[in-house]
Design a protein around this ligand. Structure first.
Ligand code: AMP
Ligand code: TRP
Length: 331
């Protein structure tokens, strides 16, 4: 039976990086086969941080272009922008009226982010973020929500809110399940290979960006931190840098890590890094080229997103109507 899939990603960086691609987005592409997948660029969630209008606009469009370029097909799946479907705000409010202050206050992502910013720069929207996320998911009656481990608590909250609503007001929402992405493809910063590759790392020297030129990425790989040894061997404790490069090569080329170790036995780090740079360039070059091509015709890209929003709205509006009716609102 085909399953309904829903996931979202925030348009908060100028380019997705290899960690986003291998850790999450590659699996989004796989999940569109044989399922009914909805993928949402969650621009309203991105408003909970600093808002730079010109930058936000650019990032929404580059996110869309990259998703299509890396294989999310607007024909196979429904790709859309959250703010284009007003039902997200409508159900978001309902979820805020179902959630308890106490349970919202236990969300660790809110606690971490608000602790960093302090009370005065923490927006109320950051507090209500998980209720909007619950709406994103419940609107589409999703069976599965592919996300990283860090989103587990938000999925649990979504399930709790849906269960509470259903038992108080009648069956309205499918109870979704998290589809926690396999952590096998965790990618680390090239400069500090014990930290996750991340958009928020201080410098981009260790971050391989999809929209970077192949030359720039090759340079980053060639200056990746390695250890003083000579062996190309997977050993995350003693050789985190080399292990990370082995993971990257293997995830992209499909070759087993043990086979790569055999192939590079007796060769130096220089040869190995050159091979990794080539594999990365071979995989990212067509994605970058296609994304830039899509960005060249902004009007067409926006049209594709509007078509996605129309498909999304058809499902979302039925769910809102059902929930309004069950709440006793007059339709
Ligand atoms: P973020 O925008 O950092 O929240 O990441 C978006 C998605 O990419 C999440 O689902 C993460 O699981 C995934 N992701 C981010 N960084 C990495 C990484 N270094 N390795 C693997 N997956 C990652
Ligand atoms: N909070 C998610 C993140 O930071 C993004 C997100 C918003 C999301 N709405 C969603 C993910 C709905 C899955 C489903 O990664």
């Amino acid at each position: 039976m085909t399953k309904r899939i829903l996931s979202g990603i925030q348009p908060t960086s100028d380019s997705f990086h290899l960690g986003n691609y291998l850790g999450a987005l590659k699996q989004w592409v796989e999940l569109q086969e044989g399922n009914d997948a909805f993928y949402c660029i969650v621009d309203l969630h991105a408003l909970t941080g600093e808002i730079e209008p010109a930058l936000l606009r650019k990032r929404i469009l580059t996110s869309a272009a990259q998703l299509i370029a890396l294989g999310i097909s607007p024909e196979k799946s429904t790709l859309f922008v959250q703010s284009h479907v007003a039902e997200h705000n409508q159900l978001g409010w309902i979820m805020e009226c179902i959630a308890g202050f106490g349970e919202a206050n236990r969300m660790t992502q809110f606690k971490d982010k608000s602790a960093k910013g302090g009370a005065d720069s923490t927006r109320v929207g950051l507090f209500t973020y998980p209720m909007l996320q619950a709406a994103d998911i419940l609107l589409y009656q999703a069976h599965y929500v592919p996300v990283g481990e860090d989103q587990r608590q938000h999925i649990e909250l979504t399930r709790d809110l849906a269960t509470r609503f259903n038992s108080r007001f009648g069956e309205t929402f499918r109870i979704p399940e998290g589809y926690i992405l396999k952590s096998g493809a965790k990618i680390y910063d090239l400069q500090e290979p014990t930290n996750k590759m991340s958009k928020s790392s201080g410098s981009t020297a260790g971050v391989l960006e999809i929209l970077d030129t192949p030359e720039a990425n090759a340079k980053k790989i060639k200056s990746a931190t390695t250890d003083a040894g000579r062996e190309i061997k997977f050993d995350e404790k003693e050789k985190p840098g080399i292990s990370n490069l082995l993971s990257i090569h293997s995830a992209l080329s499909g070759q087993k890590i043990s086979d790569l170790e055999d192939d590079f036995a007796g060769k130096g780090y220089g040869d190995f890094k050159a091979a990794v740079a080539e594999v990365v360039a071979d995989h990212l070059r067509p994605i970058r080229d296609r994304a830039l091509e899509l960005l060249d015709d902004e009007q067409h890209l926006v049209q594709v997103l509007h078509a996605g929003a129309d498909k999304a709205r058809a499902v979302a509006s039925a769910t809102v109507a059902e929930s309004y009716k069950n709440l006793g609102l007059v339709l």
